[in-house]
Structures are given as C-alpha cells and as structure tokens.
Design a protein around this ligand. Structure first.
Ligand code: ADP
Ligand code: ASP
Ligand code: MG
Length: 373
C-alpha cells in the first residue's frame, strides 16, 4: 500500500478559472495531510469540440477553424483569468505550442479528407493535455510544488482506438516506477494512454475516472476521490428525477450495476481496479465540498431501503427470439448466447419466459444488425 490519495476532477470542475481556483483550494487543503495525485479531465465541452473539429476537417477547413478558434479562446480566457505578468507569457507559450501541434493534425485531416480512428484519438486527447498543463502551472504560480504528467508515459493500451484496453501488466509496473512519494503534487492527464509503440489512444468517453482508478490500483492508494458536479451517486439521474437524493454508501457491486446501467457520474470500468484491491472510492461535489457525497466500499451500508437506486440507458436494442419449437427444448439458450459470444457481442440484459417460448436480450445498437443475422 502506498501513502498516495488520488483526486480526480471532471470537466465542469476544471471548466473555468474560478473552478480551477476552487480545485486548488480543495487540493491544497487535503494536501496538508496527504500525498496527492490529481487526475483532471479536459475543460467541459472541449473534448466534444475537438471531435467536432476533427470531423469538420474532413470536409470544411472553415468549419474546422471555427471549432479550433473556440477551443483556443476558451484556453486563453482561462489563462488570462488565472495568470499575470511573466507567468502569463510563459504559460501562453506552452499552450500555444500544444495548440499549434493540434492545428497541424487537423490540417492533416483537411488535406487528406480522411479521419482515421487513430488520428481521431490523437486529436481527442488534446483537451486533457491543455487543461492539465494550465492546472500544474497554476499550482506553481501559487507557490505549490506540482508536476505535469502526461499519462501516455505510463498507461499502455492496445490499439482499439476510441476505447483502448489497458495492458495492466505493463501499465502497473510503469506506474509503480513513475510516482515517488515526495511533497510534489502530480497533475495527471485523464482519458489518454498510448500503445506499446507510442501511438496516442483514449480510454473511452468519460474515461478520466478510469485513469484515476488505474493509477490507484497500481499504487494501492489509500483512497480515490472523484470530484464532480453533483454530491455523489444519486438514487436516480438528478437531471431526469428532481426528487433524487445522494446515496451515502454503496457497495462496489451496487455501484457497478448503477454505472453500467446509466449512472454517468462514474465511468463504468472505474470500479474494477478499486474493487480488486479494496480501495475506497468517494464521489464528491467540487462545488459543495462539505457535502458528504457517496462512499463506495465492500459494505453496502444502510439496508432499510430495498431499492438503492434507479438508472436507465437510452440507446439500447432489444432482441426477442421466439417460437413454439423452443418450448421445453434444452440447449436453446446455450446456442443463442454461444452464437452471440462467437461474434463478440456483449449482452446487457437477459430474460426468458417461463414457458421457454421466448428469450429476450438487450444489446448495444451498433451490434444489433450482426446479432439479428
Ligand atoms: P464529470 O465531468 O465530473 O466526470 P459527468 O458529467 O461525467 O461529470 O458525471 C456527472 C453527471 O452524471 C451529473 O451531472 C449527473 O447529471 C449525471 N448522472 C447521471 N446519473 C446519475 C446518478 N445516478 N447520480 C449522480 N449523477 C448522475
Ligand atoms: N474529456 C473526456 C470526455 O469528455 C474524458 C472525461 O472527461 O472523463 O469524454
Ligand atoms: Mg465523467
């Protein structure tokens, strides 16, 4: 076990100069008693804007430049609000270097009129590089020792661009030799990794939470705190159900069920590395740091309610296979799910009528044509 705690801040929690100042207060307060690794997302909306710019680049340089301008002005607005004098000049230089590199990649897409998944990932990962460069510099500007860390140095993945799979054997070793218990605060880019040959990848949308738990698992940290824009995991999506309220305690398994089935507040693969090493996860509100939030561990806590929470997912396809030939026939389910497995189709949910007349399963829309076949 190491002495580190991991704090992860999402897009809205790094979304403006005032949010970054609030982040600084949270981090430095906790930093008085803990060794910290801070994982940050891109400024909210920037990853979407990067993806819009890269898609636009395939057909219109003007449209691409419109999005790029927005990305640039957002970063510069934050810098102007956070820094003064020489420091502002220095950080502007670093940010402009990154923005020029981004522009070159986007121009490459303009020239070839082609956007490969590999280039898309390289472009999508700029948001975290920009935000974390600014945040690490801001710490130094406030006389707090901090170091910017590009996670591509230690998170090694396969080349499944858009949702790359982590090579934990290699990654865990690299993480263990990268982080040293000093008084410096590490500021780490969420969401990004790289292949063994050094090509940039991303861990899937919302993947910065996962970065925090990948590092947390490798270092066996004391705790992982996910700082977001709501006061924990709620009984339902607070945007859809205004009466929803935060759940004080969840077990890992309960949290897994909720986030795989739509509770966006935690990126689903995040739970696994914490569960494997029994590392507590806290979900906290960066706008209301004194709120209790949600504590996730082996213990599910209060059992006075039969139902912990309700979640929903919008984009799902349901397939029903039915026929009188299935009634009472053994092995039909094995054949159905065996065939799906052979074609690498994951099943989200399964039901079967007691007559065995039908089997229904839910899958992601992108695999439904193959499943139907
Ligand atoms: P971040 O940028 O901090 O990673 P996200 O937008 O990814 O934040 O996740 C937080 C959002 O998740 C909340 O603003 C909320 O709208 C949404 N959400 C959906 N379901 C739930 C739930 N059950 N509990 C809490 N938040 C939820
Ligand atoms: N910036 C990335 C996204 O918007 C990752 C994250 O925020 O977790 O998906
Ligand atoms: Mg998120």
């Amino acid at each position: 076990m190491s002495n580190f705690s991991i704090l992860k801040f999402g897009g809205t929690s790094v979304g403006s100069a005032s949010r970054i100042k609030a982040l600084y207060e949270i981090v430095t307060t906790l930093g008085k008693t803990k060794k910290l690794i801070v994982v940050c997302s891109a400024v909210s909306g920037i990853t979407d804007m990067l993806l819009l710019a890269s898609n636009a680049a395939t057909h219109s340089e003007d449209e691409m430049r419109h999005h790029l301008k927005h990305i640039k002005s957002k970063q510069l607005e934050i810098i102007n609000d956070l820094f003064n004098g020489r420091s502002r000049v220095e950080i502007s230089k670093s940010i402009n270097t990154l923005l020029n590199e981004l522009e070159k990649l986007l121009m490459g897409v303009c020239y070839t009129q082609e956007l490969s998944p590999r280039t898309s990932d390289a472009i999508a990962g700029f948001g975290e590089q920009l935000s974390c460069t600014i945040i690490a510099e801001y710490f130094k500007y406030c006389k707090t020792a901090a170091i910017y860390c590009d996670a591509r140095k230690f998170i090694t993945t396969d080349d499944k661009y858009g949702e790359a799979q982590v090579d934990f054997k290699v990654t865990d070793e690299k993480i263990k030799s990268f982080f040293k218990e000093t008084n410096t605060i590490y500021v780490v880019t969420g969401f990004i990794g790289s292949t063994a040959s050094g090509i940039s990848t991303t861990l899937g949308r919302g993947g910065s939470d996962y970065t925090a738990s990948i590092i947390g698992g490798a270092l066996q940290v004391r705790e992982i705190q996910i700082w977001t824009d709501v006061s924990g995991v709620y009984t339902a999506d607070p945007r859809k159900v205004p009466e929803a309220f935060p759940i004080a305690k969840l077990s890992y398994i309960e949290a897994l069920e909720m986030c795989y089935f739509g509770a966006k507040v935690i990126h689903p693969p995040t739970i696994q590395p914490a569960l494997n090493r029994n590392i507590p996860l806290f979900i906290k509100n960066s706008m209301r740091p004194d709120d209790t939030g949600t504590f996730i561990s082996l213990d599910s806590g209060d059992r006075s309610h039969y139902v912990k929470g309700i979640t929903s997912i919008d984009k799902v396809h349901v397939v029903t296979l039915q026929g009188s030939g299935m009634i009472g026939v053994a092995g039909v389910a094995a054949r159905v799910f065996g065939t799906l497995a052979t074609h690498h189709i994951s099943v989200i949910l399964i039901t079967q009528g007691s007559s065995e007349h039908n089997i229904t399963f839910a899958i992601k829309p992108e695999v439904s044509a193959l499943a139907k076949k």
